[in-house]
Design a protein around this ligand. Sequence first.
Ligand SMILES: [Zn+2]
Length: 305
Amino acid sequence: MLTSIDIIKRDGWTRAAIANFLPYPDATETWRYAGHGSGLRFFYDDDRVLTVESSAKFGTWKEQRAARITKATIRAGKAQAAEQARKEALAYAKAGRLARLADLYPDWHNALPVACNYLFDLNRYAKHRECGLLTRDTIYAVKNNLIEILYHHGYSTACYEHHTVFDAKICYGCDGTGEDEYCGACMRCGGTGVFAPPKRLRFIVFRFRVNGEHYCWHQPDNLVRFPIVTTQEPAEFTVTIQEKPVSLPSEAVGEALEFIEWVMAQAINTESTGAWMAAKLAAPSHEAIEDVVAQRPYLFAEAST
Ligand SMILES: [Zn+2]
């Protein structure tokens, strides 16, 4: 007698084949193991299994199954090859674009006006609801690095702090009354009527002049991890959370990011301070951060209201 496990180990057999060619067992046995419950074990007569194996129907089934496996394997192989080809084509196209940039801008400083215009558009795009979170993070990382490069290469015309206070958010569960409709305490705000306290934020304003054009970018204070010298007293300002028109079509976002990243790579590779910049851009070392904290003691302190 053979169990179904024994049969599956034989050539051509699967669970589907057993169900198809041996619809009922010749004997059953109840098995019971402590902690494993119980079940039925099926046994099949050896001769019956051999008879099925020598039948023409079983032979055809085996051939069809082999053909299905071959086809699936080819399909998977083709998909893999296509994906590989696509990746190679993309890498080739990118290498071509970067080579053209190198031809166009033997001195990377000359690429800065275009990079700044791209960053201007990207910065607006990042605030747009169409922008995904991943792209937003990439844009802000690129913004950080380009600002640092512009600052270190003498394009800064002004640099100062902006302080802004966001008003407290009133609870919309109770409209700020703190009471629910049964005159109990509102569950959402714990009866305070306030959903979020007022928040005070600090930004660093960077003003640059590149090729006669003026640019102005705000960076959250905690993102600026290089020493700066402010050129005027901190100022209060009000944030407008209004979307501004975006002139950059979303298909061009990748192109804009690629361009700025290329400029940053050139700046790091060709400057005499290259090694220092590369180290700083890769990851701010502990000493580098300590340095910044020493010069701007408020940098990592919690903003107080
Ligand atoms: Zn409430």
